[in-house]
Design a protein around this ligand. Structure first.
Ligand code: SF4
Length: 211
């Protein structure tokens, strides 16, 4: 079995139902949640979004929000001041330029405050059935350890390499599976190498020797 197939099979076996762990009920809520999730855990974001969305149920309410009022609701997450500013600005942009509808084109998404390539990929793949792999810290680390990307690659280079290696129809599911694999198994510290089904194909320098 080749390495690509092995990785896909192992991830399917380990995480058959991998999916976004952010809670949302519509396009607006997912976009806000993803912007808030930068350098913060999904669990932390899920704690603040229920009250945030109750207070500001659509882009229209959020677009006219006072920054201090939003900050109070999200101040338990990292970088909350900047994120409060960005989500209000994003809401204004969506109201002004996109008739209040979260856009489905990459260029339009990336024109919004707080939305970079990674966030756009999450939105495109989860909301608009556009295959994409958002390379976050977990996906980047796992890709390097498995030898799918180089240590010197940046996240964009890693994303492009993953697109060449894996079939397009698997990208969106693979994205979630690689996050789960990095979050729960191939963790930054103390990865579970000795029980790992990808041990033989892994290129990680520091993996412990099997005796
Ligand atoms: S062997 Fe260790 S470092 Fe390599 S993929 Fe498995 S858990 Fe990660």
């Amino acid at each position: 079995m080749d390495k690509t197939t092995l990785i896909l099979n192992v991830l399917d076996e380990m995480f058959p139902n991998a999916k976004a762990e952010l809670n949302y009920t519509n396009h607006y809520e997912l976009l806000v949640a993803v912007i808030l999730s930068a350098q913060t855990t999904d669990i932390q974001v899920n704690k603040v979004t229920p009250i945030l969305f109750k207070r500001y149920p659509t882009v229209y309410e959020l677009s006219s929000a006072k920054q201090e009022a939003v900050e109070v609701l999200i101040n338990s997450i990292g970088l909350y001041k900047n994120k409060a500013k960005n989500i209000i600005k994003m809401a204004n942009q969506v109201v002004t330029h996109f008739d209040g509808i979260i856009p489905s084109r990459r260029e339009d998404l990336e024109s919004l405050a707080g939305v970079g390539r990674k966030t756009a990929n999450v939105i495109l793949s989860n909301l608009f059935d556009t295959p994409a792999i958002a390379v976050d810290t977990h996906v980047h680390r796992v890709s390097i350890r498995l030898g799918l990307a180089k240590k010197t690659d940046d996240v964009y280079q890693t994303e492009m390499k993953l697109y060449k290696i894996f079939p397009k129809e698997r990208w969106t599911k693979l994205h979630h599976q690689l996050i789960f694999f990095g979050r729960y198994h191939c963790t930054s510290r103390n990865p579970k190498c000795l029980t790992c089904k990808l041990y033989e194909v892994c290129k990680y320098d520091n993996k412990p020797k099997k005796v």
